[in-house]
Design a protein around this ligand. Structure first.
Ligand code: ZN
Length: 214
């Protein structure tokens, strides 16, 4: 079992290699690793990220087969099946670190903002289920302000949405609450920059650094 603090350090190191264009996973033997994993897995981190094709979790953290348990959904929103996926990995594989990772220029956030500003509306009930989960955090940001700096608003909205998803995972499941209380599971929020490739961990990080990883 890899404690949350160590898992976070591994992700940071991997992202540094990726940003420096010194990724190592692409040159390693996938077939040997694949065979090693046939009988079981022990992923050291759970990543809840966006489905956006520009944000492949394994690549931005320079990790390969068996390392990350990845859940991807547009807007990295948390619905019951996402909570269930995190519960599954954390309880079955003893994975201690959960990362909710949003990203700049996220289409789901843009769609929600446009809807709230009256520029468009979502017709599909299914698509609406995603926008509706992003909406409350963005609505809070919009209340009582004028939208003069759209870029700044977009950046804030991405982070607000990550914070809400991370909090939902911390407090929306009895099983996860127990794993957090008794077993050193930690949930952190992060943002990936399409522009720089850098992942910034900005929510719940101090708590990981203090975690014993028991
Ligand atoms: Zn996105």
């Amino acid at each position: 079992m890899i404690p949350a603090s160590e898992a976070l350090a591994l992700l940071r190191e991997g992202n540094r290699r990726f940003v420096a264009d010194r990724s190592t996973v692409a040159t390693s033997s996938h077939q040997a690793r694949r065979l090693d994993l046939v009988d079981g897995q022990e992923p050291f981190a759970i990543i809840l990220g966006c489905s956006d094709s520009r944000v492949p979790a394994e690549l931005v953290f320079d990790r390969g087969f068996g390392d990350l348990f990845v859940i991807r959904v547009a807007g990295n929103v948390v619905a019951p099946s996402q909570v269930g996926s995190v519960e599954f990995a954390a309880s079955r594989y003893a994975t201690r670190l959960v990362v909710v990772m949003g990203h700049s220029q996220c289409g789901a956030i843009i769609a929600t903002l446009e809807e709230l500003l009256g520029k468009s509306s979502t017709q599909s009930r299914n698509l609406r289920s995603i926008v509706d989960r992003v909406r409350p955090s963005v609505e809070t940001l919009l209340s009582g302000r004028t939208v003069d700096d759209h870029e700044a608003l977009m950046r804030e909205a991405v982070r607000a949405n990550v914070r809400v998803s991370a909090n939902h995972l911390r407090h929306g499941s009895e099983l996860l609450e127990k794993l957090i209380r008794d077993d050193g599971v930690r949930v952190v929020g992060a943002e990936y920059s399409l522009e720089s490739g850098v992942v910034t961990f900005f929510d719940g990080v101090e708590d990981v650094e203090q975690a014993t990883g028991a």
